[in-house]
Design a protein around this ligand. Structure first.
Ligand SMILES: [Zn+2]
Length: 212
């Protein structure tokens, strides 16, 4: 029988988060709107799977609690929650207000991508997280890996990862702060009105991912 994988690195991964990677990736700790979080989820998920958001995402099966469509996880506002989290049953990422930054979003996307047969915050999870942080923050994986190592967080270098091409202009968006006029928070409004968020249309996703 296979022994249950233990999540030995969890505490250290959180400590690395609280240190804000010692200032190595400041843009990844800037507050973001919920809409921007969703777009970052979409871009990161596309980067790692080649799957874009479906316009009907967020719908659950009528009788069960599983998502009808695959693709990037749906973001929800995570109110009343203490911390951010990914739910594999509903394929949703819950983000309380104070957790809306690039590093946390990427942390949760990594949970949605790494199989449950690996430790939740294990070396395989860190490999995916570092790959995504490197992509979004435009910093080398080696630098991120070295910083993680300083905090005694291991990343499994040999863990195989495939990536899809994403336009660079899209990434520029996550490297500049949002101005008030650009923060729409449409996602939050729709969540309140309908209980399901569907602000990301196929057209919008194409625009953000393919820049057309
Ligand atoms: Zn986690």
């Amino acid at each position: 029988m296979k022994r249950k994988t233990r999540d030995n690195q969890r505490k250290k991964v959180y400590q690395l988060h609280h240190s804000q990677w010692d200032g190595l990736i400041p843009e990844a700790f800037k507050p973001m709107s919920l809409d921007k979080c969703q777009r970052l989820i979409d871009v990161c998920y596309y980067r790692m799977t080649g799957e874009a958001a479906h316009s009907e995402r967020g719908k659950l099966s009528p009788m069960g609690f599983y998502p009808v469509y695959s693709g990037p996880p749906l973001v929800t506002d995570g109110r009343r929650r203490r911390r951010a989290g990914y739910c594999s049953g509903t394929h949703r990422i819950k983000l309380p207000k104070w957790s809306r930054n690039g590093e946390t979003v990427i942390h949760e996307v990594a949970h949605s991508l790494v199989s449950g047969k690996y430790a939740s915050h294990g070396p395989e999870f860190m490999k995916v997280m570092i790959r995504l942080l490197s992509f979004v923050c435009q910093i080398s994986e080696a630098e991120l890996r070295a910083k993680a190592k300083e905090h005694k967080v291991k990343s499994r270098a040999s863990f195989p990862i495939k990536t899809w091409r994403v336009s660079k202009s899209l990434l520029a968006e996550f490297r500049k702060p949002e101005t008030d006029s650009k923060v729409t928070n449409d996602t939050e409004r729709i969540w309140k009105e309908h209980g399901v968020i569907r602000p990301i249309t196929i057209e919008n996703v194409r625009k953000y991912i393919f820049n057309d």
